[in-house]
Design a protein around this ligand. Structure first.
Ligand SMILES: NC(=O)c1ccc[n+]([C@@H]2O[C@H](COP(=O)([O-])OP(=O)(O)OC[C@H]3O[C@@H](n4cnc5c(N)ncnc54)[C@H](OP(=O)(O)O)[C@@H]3O)[C@@H](O)[C@H]2O)c1
Length: 302
């Protein structure tokens, strides 16, 4: 299903409606406006829509009018139950349109919402904003989307006003899977960074000075991820980037130094526990990427 085929909306194929104008929804609407798209907005509390009207958006009288205004309807509310409760009374208006849901949720919720939309004759793309609100509208703002490839293609131009919009595949559940997985990457990186800032702070190093050095180190880290992804797919773990045992020894140095400086050991302790489990699984002499096998088989649960 494509919007071009159905031709719904008052303002042509590049018109978009944004429903839910909180921190993220407001930035979404502003990015669509900046991209030159006719943008209709609706929010439960009207003042937020009025503020966007001053920037060129068209405020809709009610949520049904917002849906009816455009072939592409973007919704951004706190959770899926709120989306369902809001859209259910106007579901018939969705027919022939594409609903893009940028509300955070679970894979199961995305699958159910896609089925609900299909039951009302609407296309559906589930999505997640991965770069906070500040970058929205810039090329480096990552948005992951999944659902019908045809619906994505039909609205790619409008959606690309938001930033780097990546279509992950036809399964609507993929977007929330990536959402949580990418959050895991961010938190792993930030946890290491915060620990390191505390550690270099004991030597009088300013966080901003350290961050500059980290920035220069990250291309190497990225190259490891690319190479290790290949190793994990191949199921072969050469020791080029250090074995589990080598990394465990390095982690012991970090733990020892952290203890000596009197800072917390929570973060390196977490990684040390993982390396201990990997070694117990018989991976001590394998390349460090083999820890993914220890994680994948489960065992420790918080
Ligand atoms: N903010 C971020 O950095 C960020 C980044 C990535 C993803 N997200 C996700 O984006 C979604 C929205 O986040 P946000 O930060 O924009 O939230 P927010 O600032 O708290 O805004 C929530 C919006 O939802 C509306 N709303 C709440 N309950 C409603 C209901 N029952 N019926 C109708 N409207 C309702 C609110 O309307 P009122 O104005 O009337 O209260 C408001 O416009 C969340 O799922 C969040 O996880 C946010």
């Amino acid at each position: 299903m494509t919007t071009t085929e159905h031709g719904n909306g008052n303002h042509g194929p590049s018109a978009v409606s944004v429903i839910g104008l909180g921190q993220l929804g407001t930035r979404l609407a502003q990015a669509f406006l900046a991209g030159g798209h006719t943008t209709t907005v609706w929010n439960r509390t009207g003042a937020k829509a009025a503020a966007l009207a001053a920037q060129g958006a068209a405020p809709a009288a009610d949520v049904g009018a917002a849906v009816a205004a455009s072939p592409l309807v973007v919704v951004c509310l706190p959770d899926y139950p709120a989306v369902e409760a809001l859209l259910a009374p106007v579901a018939h208006t969705l027919r022939g349109r594409v609903l893009v849901n940028l509300t955070s949720g679970t894979p199961g919720e995305a699958t159910r919402m896609a089925g609900w939309a299909a039951g009302h004759g609407a296309g559906y793309l589930d999505g997640a904003a991965m770069s906070g609100t500040r970058l929205v509208g810039r090329p480096e703002a990552l948005f992951v989307l999944s659902g019908s490839p045809a619906d994505f293609t039909a609205h790619r131009d409008v959606l690309s006003s938001l930033g780097n919009t990546v279509h992950l595949g036809a399964d609507p559940a993929l977007a929330p899977v990536y959402d949580t997985a990418l959050f895991g990457v961010i938190w792993g990186a930030l946890a290491g960074f915060y620990h390191s800032v505390a550690l270099v702070g004991t030597a009088g190093v300013e966080p901003t000075a350290f961050a500059e050095v980290v920035r220069g180190h990250l291309p190497f880290v990225l190259s490891l991820m690319t190479e290790h992804a290949r190793q994990i797919e191949d199921g072969r773990f050469p020791d080029d980037d250090g074995t589990v045992e080598v990394h465990a020894a390095a982690m012991d140095h970090l733990l020892e130094t952290s203890r000596a400086e009197g800072i917390g050991t929570d973060v390196p302790g977490l990684f040390r526990t993982l390396l201990t489990r990997a070694a117990a699984d018989g991976s001590g002499a394998s390349g460090i990427a083999s820890v993914v096998e220890t994680i994948a088989k489960g065992g420790t649960r918080v």
